[in-house]
Design a protein around this ligand. Structure first.
Ligand SMILES: [Zn+2]
Length: 243
């Protein structure tokens, strides 16, 4: 079984961020207990390396030749006191779009956020930023998918001008920019068109915001927009692949 190796915490960027990180229980940057593992793989430290690691994992998922790395008690012990994930994945809540499976990763490899239609708001954006800002996590992936029920519900609601019930309406509101782009040119499958826009708009917003933008500009962070096919298992990169 492959291992991603010891999580070597990076120096936090500022004292303020360090304090913020320490204040969040379960996310502490305490020293790592050393555990001997066979042939540890170095943690990807650059956007390019993190991207390559994820796409290699997705190839294994598509082919069915999975490694199932770092999912044993030894790994649990290794990362129990500190974590150092190499990527952030913002995906949909859809039960068929589980990032750790799709990218064949292990415990402690990824920060994972999941919302309907990978819609964002301040709480979600702050959670995406946590890794890159406090620990130097080098990659963010915004992952939408085929036949997304959340995007379909938002599209139908916004097109008809009929709000979704209860708090579901917040999802539709968060997807208005993607809907407006879709309304201009819906194509043969408006829901799929809107899904693509939702991925691209969300990734672009994160890539250029006041907190993550400077990291992207200096090459320390990549923000990728990607589309997952339920039919094939393949992740297709739409925007932001690290050069
Ligand atoms: Zn979905």
């Amino acid at each position: 079984m492959r291992t991603a190796g010891l999580p070597a915490r990076r120096a936090v960027l500022t004292a303020g961020l360090a304090a913020a990180a320490g204040a969040l229980s379960g996310c502490s940057a305490a020293p790592v207990r050393k555990v001997t593992t066979a042939a540890p793989q170095p943690r990807p430290a650059t956007p390019q390396a993190a991207y390559a690691r994820l796409m290699e994992g997705n190839k294994r998922w598509v082919s069915g030749k999975l490694d199932h790395p770092d999912r044993d008690p030894e790994r649990r012990e290794l990362v129990a006191e500190a974590q150092d994930p190499f990527g952030v994945v913002l995906a949909c809540i859809d039960s068929r779009v589980a990032p750790e499976l799709i990218f064949d990763t292990g415990l402690g490899d990824l920060y994972v956020l999941r919302t309907g239609g990978q819609a964002i708001g301040p709480v979600v954006t702050g959670s995406v930023e946590y890794g890159p800002l406090t620990g130097g996590t080098p990659l963010v992936v915004v992952l939408g998918h085929q036949r997304c029920g959340a995007v379909e519900a938002a599209y139908t609601s916004l097109k008809a001008g009929k709000p979704l019930p209860g708090n579901l309406e917040a999802l539709a509101k968060a997807m208005v920019p993607a809907y407006e782009l879709t309304a201009k040119n819906p194509g043969a499958d408006p829901v799929d068109t809107m899904t693509h826009h939702q991925i691209e708009v969300t990734a672009e917003g994160l890539r250029t915001n006041a907190d993550l933008g400077p990291l992207v500009e200096k090459g320390a962070l990549g923000v990728v927009g990607a589309y997952y096919s339920l039919d094939t298992g393949r992740v297709e990169v739409l925007t932001g692949a690290p050069a």
